[in-house]
Ligand binder design. Structure first.
Ligand code: UDX
Length: 448
């Protein structure tokens, strides 16, 4: 089938376009960002996702994919026009729809025969209806027909190609049987259930999924806090929970709170349009409140252990919002670093895939090039992201280079016993503070 992807160099558009082309469809990825188009044509991808480049080469070998900065030329040669432009968070959680509105107008102006128009971007419920009205208004002729489809995506950063090529399900939102059939044909080569519903429910599925994932994370973080207060062990609790098939084990890892560009944005958008529709969204608000509290409690704990230390230095391991990506949007580590700087802490940061900090912090923050460099003369290590190399770092060596031996493990990836044996006082999330029975001697190693 001939498909154009509008917003085809963005995160979702590029993965979707390359994935569909690799599956044998004729795809043209269109984007107004000429530089990105030129770079992609030179083989330079704007995003780093495992397997994406290989898939692009495969699609190119079949001659199934091309790139253009002309929305018009992409639309007129395709039967399915898929819109995957950004819908970023606006004020008070409202979705900024500008890119989508502009894309819809450009598509309508280019149309010269029947199209199936698919909105893949994450959009508030009711957008498909609005889009149909807008397109009708901007068509060159009222004789040109089209069908609208909602087709949300469920791709995670760091595993987007795997998630696209192995979907748990395909969601199609349309009132038109022909459009539903067209979409079934588009996704024919994917081995998974295809759920066809009307557009509003399809749009809602995306928000419900992301908000549910966020709720699970905030839930387990709250359970972890109670575990700490009652001397229970969160990992044992999770082991006992996940064995229940109704619960499972995914999205039950306690941590510094969820970050990233999507979960925050989507739950805030759901709260916004849910409230506008008159719904009581108290639970969704509580999920966000818990998430904000999660990083606050880590910051407070670090403040407590450092308060008696002059010229304190904290080593933050991991800057991105999760392992497997260099994305720092809504990263809890950034929040932590800002708070530490406010309390006149020196901060050294190490992240395996980020060499410099985009955002301006100040001269008391340095970007180290190794774990060792980050932790030398530090008073506290804070593990913020679950990168593989942090699981196995040599604590004995790090201990010898540090001024004080505190470790805050915001991802519970280090064994408390291993930390204790190396001489650290350990703090995890929902686990007993090992080493709490030790006197302070092993902490006052060297006063510099
Ligand atoms: C998410 C959704 O998973 C995906 O379906 C949607 O399309 C886009 O948003 P992503 O933002 O890439 O994907 O991140 P995800 O892997 O879901 O993690 C989100 C955040 O939750 C990260 O900060 C992660 O560290 C945190 N997390 C995840 C936890 O704290 N605990 C967990 O158990 C799982």
């Amino acid at each position: 089938m001939r498909v154009s992807i509008i917003g085809g160099t963005g995160y979702i558009g590029l993965v979707t376009g390359i994935g569909l082309a690799a599956k044998g469809h004729r795809v043209i990825c269109a984007d107004i960002d000429r530089l990105k188009i030129e770079n992609i044509e030179r083989g330079v991808l704007p995003i780093c996702e495992e397997g994406l480049d290989a898939l692009l080469q495969e699609a190119k070998r079949y001659g199934n994919i091309s790139f253009t900065s002309s929305i018009h030329s992409a639309v007129i040669i395709s039967d399915i026009v898929m819109i995957a432009v950004g819908t970023p968070e606006g004020i008070n959680g409202e979705t900024d729809m500008n890119q989508l509105l502009n894309a819809l107008k450009s598509v309508a102006a280019a149309m010269d025969h029947h199209k199936t128009i698919v909105i893949k971007s994450t959009v508030p419920v009711g957008t498909n209806d609005m889009a149909a009205t807008l397109i009708k208004k901007h068509l060159k002729s009222s004789s040109i027909t089209f069908d609208m489809v909602s087709n949300p995506e469920f791709l995670r950063e760091g595993s987007a190609v795997k998630d696209f090529m192995n979907p748990d399900r395909i969601v199609i939102g349309t009132c038109c049987n022909d459009a539903a059939q067209t979409m079934r044909e588009l996704y024919r080569c994917f081995d998974c259930p295809v759920i066809v519903t009307e557009p509003r429910s399809s749009e809602m599925i995306k928000y419900a999924c992301n908000s549910y994932l966020a709720a699970r994370i905030s839930f387990i973080n709250e359970i972890a806090e109670i575990c700490e207060k009652v001397d229970a062990n969160i990992q044992s609790v999770i082991d006992g929970m996940k064995s229940d098939k109704r619960i499972g084990g995914h999205y039950l890892s306690p941590g510094p709170g969820f970050g990233g560009p999507c979960l925050h944005k989507d739950i805030r958008s759901l709260i916004h349009f849910g409230e506008q529709a008159g719904a009581d969204v108290g639970m969704l608000k509580a999920v966000l409140e818990r998430n904000e509290k999660q990083i606050e409690s880590i910051v407070q704990y670090i403040g407590t252990i450092l308060k008696s230390i002059k010229n304190k230095k904290v080593a933050v391991l991991g800057l991105s919002f999760k392992a497997g990506t260099s994305d720092t949007r809504n990263s809890p580590a950034i929040t932590l670093i800002r708070k530490l700087v406010e309390t006149n802490c020196k901060v050294s940061i190490y992240d395996p895939v980020i060499c410099k900090i985009e955002e301006h912090l100040n001269s008391s923050v340095i970007m180290a090039q190794s774990i060792g460099e980050a932790t030398v003369n530090a008073d506290c290590i804070v593990v913020m992201t679950e990168w593989e190399e942090f699981f196995t770092m040599n604590l004995d060596v790090l201990y010898n280079g540090m001024r004080h031996a505190f470790i805050v493990d915001a991802r519970n990836i280090i064994s408390p016993d291993r930390a204790l044996k190396a001489g650290f006082q350990y703090k995890g999330i929902g686990v007993q503070r090992s080493g709490a029975h030790l006197n302070g001697d092993h902490l006052m190693k060297r006063i510099i």
